[in-house]
Design a protein around this ligand. Structure first.
Ligand code: PMP
Length: 361
């Protein structure tokens, strides 16, 4: 099998893949295939209820917040949030930590005004130093909400503290949800696409404060209306049953790993191993400011274009996939989501050390 460092869709736990494969023939010994299950069956309702319950318990979501699993991914939420909450004459504020934050801001402009109130662009998105000292306190009603991105999947930066603000705070947690403890009571809405830490692509998780739900605009089609989707408990229209079951298996697996606090320790330890090797290895450099480095997406560069392509070729020969950086910035990116293994990280480190011996400058 390939050694998988893809940024999403990405590696899933081996135990989850095995159970998923079995469930396609016979779901938990119930005599029916997961792919043929009715979304109006008790079996499905049990899957959905356990998934939502486990999400609440693992993430420690307060009773003030609703949990939704929806179709689609991150970009759909970029549109659905302003569709539900942003009026034509109002303004949403965005913290621009790179590509995804920018995209979300552009989407919001289809519904109202959107303003970037902080940008890390002048540091090529490699440093969030100025963000940590910023407060986002505004006169009443200046902004409908403030949106940030907890982990920048492309640049390999992560918010280790969240912005202080007096307006409803929204966060795109697509690439680090379930990877570390978060205080959800600080947020009005959080969302994440599934294909990094939850399940295969096609599903998203949305967590919304009940008070914020009261601000939903009128005339939103039911399939996009968060309130309507909540009333129908994530099954208004035919839900992505396969993905929701995969998500449930991932969360059951996460429990066996000791929950979020423990998985954070494991993620940090693996990330540290790799960062240490990149710092030590003469072939590579690390562009991101140390304090802002992501534990999920470890981005690095080769010291020259020749070494870049020679190392990539060498990785391909060694069965490694998904190490190329995002097409907009190049370089390398090793994704270290919850399901990444120590074995894979040690394997990559071994390949980097070997490359240092055989690739000449
Ligand atoms: N937000 C972040 C932080 C992402 O990393 C991604 C995808 N990698 C998205 C949004 C977009 O997700 P999707 O492809 O599911 O629309």
């Amino acid at each position: 099998m390939k050694i998988n460092f893809n940024a999403g869709p990405s590696i899933l736990p081996q135990a989850v893949k095995k159970q998923l494969a079995e469930s396609i023939i016979n779901l938990e010994g119930k005599g029916i295939s997961l792919l043929e299950l009715s979304h109006r069956s008790t079996l499905f309702y049990n899957i959905r209820d356990e998934l939502i319950e486990k999400t609440r318990v693992l993430l420690n979501i307060p009773s003030t917040h609703e949990v939704l699993y929806l179709q689609g991914g991150g970009r759909l939420q970029f549109a659905q949030i302003p569709m539900n909450f942003l009026n034509k004459n109002n303004t949403a504020a965005f913290i621009n930590t790179g590509y995804w934050a920018n995209k979300a801001c552009q989407y919001a402009r289809n519904y109202g005004n959107a303003e970037i109130v902080f940008s890390a662009e002048k540091f090529q998105y490699h440093s969030l130093e100025e963000l940590s000292t910023c407060s986002f306190l505004y006169p009443q009603n200046k902004f409908t909400y403030l949106q940030c991105t907890s982990n920048n999947t492309i640049y390999g930066t992560q918010l280790h503290t969240f912005p202080r603000t007096n307006v409803p705070l929204i966060c795109d947690m697509s690439s680090d949800i379930f990877s570390r403890p978060i205080s959800f009571s600080d947020f009005s809405l959080c969302f994440a696409c599934a294909q990094k830490n939850i399940a295969p692509a096609g599903l998203s998780l949305v967590i919304i404060h009940n008070d914020f739900l009261k601000n939903i605009k009128t005339n939103i089609p039911p399939v996009f209306n968060y309130q309507h989707l909540i009333q129908n408990q994530s099954a208004y229209n035919t839900p992505p049953i396969f993905n929701m079951y995969a998500a449930l298996l991932t969360l059951r697996w996460l429990e066996t790993q000791g929950g979020i606090a423990n998985i954070e320790k494991k993620n940090t330890a693996r990330a540290q191993l790799l960062y240490n090797e990149i710092e030590r290895n003469s072939l590579f450099t690390l562009p991101v400011r140390k304090e802002d480095r992501s534990n999920m997406n470890i981005c690095f560069n080769a010291i020259s274009e020749n070494i870049q392509s020679a190392f990539l070729d060498y990785c391909t020969q060694q069965n490694i996939v998904g190490l190329e950086g995002h097409s907009t910035i190049g370089g390398f990116r090793a994704s270290n989501y919850n399901a990444q293994t120590n074995e894979n990280i040690y394997y990559l480190i071994g390949v980097m050390q070997q490359a240092e011996k055989i690739i000449s400058f």
